[in-house]
Write a protein that binds this ligand. Structure first.
Ligand SMILES: Cc1cc2nc3c(=O)[nH]c(=O)nc-3n(C[C@H](O)[C@H](O)[C@H](O)COP(=O)(O)OP(=O)(O)OC[C@H]3O[C@@H](n4cnc5c(N)ncnc54)[C@H](O)[C@@H]3O)c2cc1C
Length: 331
């Protein structure tokens, strides 16, 4: 049977952006509800050590996300294990349908559905993810000081990651399946001039090889796309930089997006093209893509919602069906 519920603030997504929005919205007495999605805790649950979360010299990604969830819950954010399957943003209160057939209405929505790195799809890549295979040089480059690294891709991200990784690596090999890069010319010039970077044209990764105990990458086997010849390159790290896909399927037809689907927000805010709908974290960010920037945007989104509801009020349905929220925002 379909259940109908109302909330002042519906947060969609349970990564650093969603949970931080939950903490702030709860502390603003907005009684937020957060829908976790298919991956409770978000992308950081797929990694091991995180060394750039302020306050923790080293923390395991999944542990950090358990703590964020507990924090949001303790502040009074209701956390629901469900998936939003469709959104109607045409009028306020907005409507969200979920996988469990709950229909939520909400006076404001914070979208924090994140993004996904694109991967090569190799079983060996899967095996070494978090143990030598990464999609984030900013996150993991530091682990490969003095080591040889392979970067896969040919766009701006691949070239930027290769250049950034020269700060740590003894050598960076850029593997690209064509004989020209899609990256901007200025980046290409820097890449070709760099003494630590070698570019391997017409090659694609065939297999990532390494040790089982402890799990770790030792080399990458690449195949020449024309001749089929195989070459093994020694490497401790493999950075897959073939793009990211924002999780904007729910809203890509109704909200303004750019750079391949990232939700556009008004600069310096989390306001989207629909008043009352806010977006935070990797869903909006094709540049930084970090836990701390996502958390920062989650905070901004909750503060933006608070101001929006103070100005525009909450719906009458609030009083009728919410179990815990007061009838009108006191913000
Ligand atoms: C392997 C790896 C290692 C990383 N290491 C670091 C690091 O060391 N340091 C760092 O700062 N960053 C790191 N990052 C990047 C960091 O994880 C992201 O920048 C951050 O998680 C983005 O947070 P977010 O809240 O925007 O979204 P995400 O973490 O992507 O979370 C998105 C959330 O939205 C939910 N969702 C999606 N669709 C729906 C739906 N329809 N209904 C309901 N919920 C939905 C998902 O279930 C998920 O909970 C790493 C990323 C990866 C992949």
């Amino acid at each position: 049977m379909t259940e109908h519920r109302h909330t002042k603030v519906l947060i969609v997504g349970s990564g650093p952006a969603g949970y931080t929005a939950g903490v702030y919205a709860a502390r603003a007495m907005l009684s937020p509800v957060l829908i976790q999605g298919l991956e409770p805790g978000g992308q950081l649950t797929t990694t091991t050590e995180v060394e750039n979360w302020p306050g923790d010299t080293e923390v395991q990604g999944p542990d950090l996300m358990v703590r964020m969830e507990a924090h949001a819950r303790a502040m009074g954010c209701e956390i629901v294990g469900d998936i939003v399957t469709s959104l109607d943003l045409s009028k306020r209160p907005f409507t969200a349908q979920t996988d469990s057939k709950t229909v939520w209405t909400a006076d404001a929505i914070i979208l924090a559905t994140g993004a996904r790195a694109k991967w090569l799809g190799l079983p060996s890549e899967e095996k070494f993810k978090g143990f030598g295979v990464s999609a984030c040089a900013t996150c993991d480059g530091f682990f490969y000081r003095g080591q040889e690294i392979v970067v896969v891709g040919g766009g701006n991200t691949a070239v930027e990651e290769a250049l950034f990784l020269t700060n740590f690596a003894s050598k960076v090999t850029l593997v690209h399946r064509r004989d020209e890069l899609r990256a901007e010319r200025i980046l290409q010039d820097r890449l070709f001039k760099h003494p630590k970077i070698e570019t391997l044209w017409f090659h694609q990764v065939e297999e990532v090889k390494g040790a089982d105990s402890p799990l770790g990458v030792e080399s990458v086997v690449v195949r020449h796309t024309k001749t089929g010849a195989l070459t093994e390159i020694p490497a401790k790290g493999v950075f897959v930089a073939i793009g990211h896909a924002p999780a904007s399927e729910l809203v890509k037809d109704v909200l303004e997006t750019h750079h391949g689907g990232y939700v556009v927000v008004e600069p310096g805010t989390t306001r989207t093209s629909i008043p009352g709908v806010f977006a935070a974290g990797d869903l909006t960010d094709h540049v930084y893509r970090q836990a701390v920037t996502s958390a920062g945007m989650g905070c901004m989104a909750a503060l933006d919602v608070e101001r929006f509801l103070a100005e525009h009020g909450t719906s009458d349905a609030d009083a009728a069906s919410s179990s815990s929220a007061p009838a009108h925002s006191e913000a």
